[in-house]
Every structure is written in C-alpha cells, then in structure tokens.
Design a protein around this ligand. Structure first.
Ligand code: ZN
Ligand code: ZN
Length: 371
C-alpha cells in the first residue's frame, strides 16, 4: 500500500495514521507552513517547524502544537517523520516520511531561490515525491530576488522624487516580509497595513532583518512623510476607504501572476512586479530531479501539464486531488474585513496561447480562505 493516499480530509499517511496539511479537521496534522490553505483550524494536534509557531498562533490562536527543528526526526506509529527547508515562507517545511524501507517526501509549497527571509530549500532524496505545481507552465520564470528588490526600490524612489506615495499590494505573509527585507529604507518611510505588522513581528522575533515599519495610526505618519513613503497592504485593501488617506499615489501589485499582462491590467494598478514564493517552471523541474524520486504526485496548480511533463521524462506521475488554494493572490484573513474573494480567471489572461488545458486554467488564481 502507498505510504500517503488522498482522503476526503486531506493527504493521509496510512501507516502512521496522520494527515499532511489536511483541509478538514483531523486528530493528527503535520503542517508544512502557516498559509491558510495548508494550515486550517480545528485539528486535534499540530506538528510543524519551530519557526511556524508564531505564524500559526497568530492565525489559529490556541492550538495543540508540537514543533520540530529542520532535520530532527520523531516517530509516530512506526513512521519516522522529519522536516526539511522548503524556502517558501518562514518555517515552511517539506515533510519526509520513512517507513518499511520506503521514503516519501511531501513538499508543501516551495521555491529554490534564497530570498533571505527563510531557510533556503534543500532537496531531500526519496522514492516518491509529492510536489506542488502552482506555476508549472513554461511561461513562468522569475528574476533573482536581488534584481526584484532593485526594481521595486527604483519604482519607489521615482515616486518619492515626484512627491507621490508608493502603494504596493502584496500578500501579508511572505511577500510583504521579502519586500521589507530588500527595501532601501534610505528612500523614505515604510508604512504597513494592520494585516502585515503582526507577521513582521514574527519574522523579526525569528531574527530576520526587516526594514523598520510604521502603522498608519502612528503619530509620525503625516502627509509630508507619506509623500516619500512606501505603503505595503494586502490586495484586499485595494479600493477600500483605507486607501483614501494616501491622496495622490502610485500603486503596484506583487505576485507571480503579474507575469500575465491580462491579469496585471485587471488589477488596475500602475505596475506589476513578478514576485512569487513558489518555484517557477525551471525550478520545479530542477527540484523534482534532485529528489531522485521515481514516482511523483502533483497536488495543486498546473497539475495536468506537470503530470504530462513528468511522464514524458520517464517518471511515474499522478495527481492528488487537494483543496490547496493559491496563496500567491489570497490574503491571510487576520480579520474578516480583510478578506476579499478575488476572481481573476486566466481565461481572459494574456498570452492566450499558454500551453495549458481547461483543467489547469480552472485552477489558476483563486482566493484561498479558511473561513
Ligand atoms: Zn503557501
Ligand atoms: Zn499552496
């Protein structure tokens, strides 16, 4: 029997009687990271990486949580469980399961570039690899984190010199901290939305050096300061009364989906920065090859395209039906006021000739919410 199977509650380890990132409440859950579609409320017992404690508790409140550092193993019903860096967000982990001579690894979400805000991805050898495929299409190729920071800083400086606030919409957990890590604080002040600051605090507590931030309610924040300020806000703040205070501003959106011109236009912002916490197409291929796995299961994103590519490359590939969403667009619902269901169907996106099929298209941008 397979070590991991897809059940209605989530990915289930048969020998160990526990779940990985289940979407329905279960007694025992191993959590790869604290994004809302992977870490849901209501489980009896949570196991996650040490650095996920702050983000999990920020989001889920009182939970029974056991933490584990990278590389250390525990045993549950005879299955050896260990966590390994996934490079996606702070505390993100791949889950390695060893039982009866077999080794399976579930990736959760991952990316290969070292962005400076979390432990970089490490390939883990296994027989069977369970991978995400959020950006599993050949059109997705990211530039380096350093090049991206330079691009953002140049845009910010240009606006500041013109006396305009720079409002950058980004996911509150992961993206916002990457932007703060690379931000050139000599340009001006950085003001963050209330949904962003609690997560900054968790990153800082873990020793990640983020640029200093202010909240809009801070006394120091006045119209003069805002003229040179960078404002970080979740996408749900777009078009809300919260924005009114910024008067004359330029806006931008940071997401992997900004690679698609049509989606950029539909967000109605001045600029799109192509920034993702997921592996791009070349990185997915590289990561899968590095595991040495002969069997691969694909969980979410461009599933059909990835399964086809793996099969063409001689691997036994299948899909797992999951309820993982798209944290590259969605918000962390820290308060219900911040939740906005996004509907950006790539059917209307450009280029229209993406190598894709109906199934993949239906799975692209979709807000993930745990409420
Ligand atoms: Zn994620
Ligand atoms: Zn995901």
């Amino acid at each position: 029997m397979d070590l991991v199977v897809a059940k209605p509650e989530g990915l289930y380890c048969t020998a160990g009687d526990f779940y990985i990132d289940p979407w329905k409440p279960v007694p025992h859950a191993v959590i790869t990271h604290a994004h809302s579609d992977h870490a849901r409320p209501g489980h009896g017992h949570y196991l996650a990486h040490t650095h996920s404690e702050g983000t999990l508790r920020t989001r889920l409140g009182k939970i029974t949580l056991q933490t584990l550092p990278y590389g250390e193993a525990i045993e549950h019903n005879g299955v050896k469980i260990s966590l390994h860096p996934a490079g996606h967000v702070l505390g993100s982990a791949q889950v390695r399961l060893a039982h009866g001579g077999r080794v399976w690894v579930a990736s959760g979400d991952y990316k290969l570039e070292d962005d400076g805000t979390c432990t970089p991805f490490e390939p883990v050898r296994c027989d069977t690899f369970i991978t995400e495929s959020t950006f599993g299409l050949p059109i997705y190729r990211w530039s380096s984190p350093a090049a991206l920071s330079l691009e953002i800083n140049n845009w910010w400086r240009g606006n500041a010199d013109a006396g305009r606030t720079s409002v950058l919409f980004c996911y509150a957990f992961g993206k916002a901290q990457r932007i703060l890590y690379g931000a050139d604080a000599s340009i001006g002040a950085i003001v963050v939305h209330g949904a962003v600051e609690p997560l900054n605090a968790v990153y800082r507590a873990a020793g990640v050096a983020l640029a200093p931030t202010l909240r809009v309610s801070d006394e120091a924040v006045n119209p003069q300061l805002l003229k040179r300020a960078l404002v970080l806000a979740p996408p749900s703040a777009q078009g809300t009364p919260w924005m009114k205070r910024f008067g004359n501003y330029a806006d931008a959106f940071a997401s992997g989906w900004m690679q698609l011109r049509g989606l950029r236009r539909r967000r109605g912002v001045d600029r799109g920065f192509v920034m993702s916490d997921h592996a791009d197409w070349p990185s997915l291929q590289k990561a899968i090859k590095a595991t040495g796995a002969e069997r691969v299961f694909v969980t979410h994103g461009s599933v059909a395209t990835m399964v086809r590519w793996l099969t063409e490359n001689g691997l036994a590939a299948q899909s797992f039906k999951t309820e993982y969403g798209d944290d590259d667009v969605a918000d962390i619902p820290t308060s219900s006021a911040n939740v906005e269901p996004l509907s950006v169907e790539p059917a209307n996106a450009e280029p229209a000739n993406i190598e894709s099929n109906g199934q993949d298209a239906a799975q692209t941008p979709k807000a993930a919410s745990n409420s």
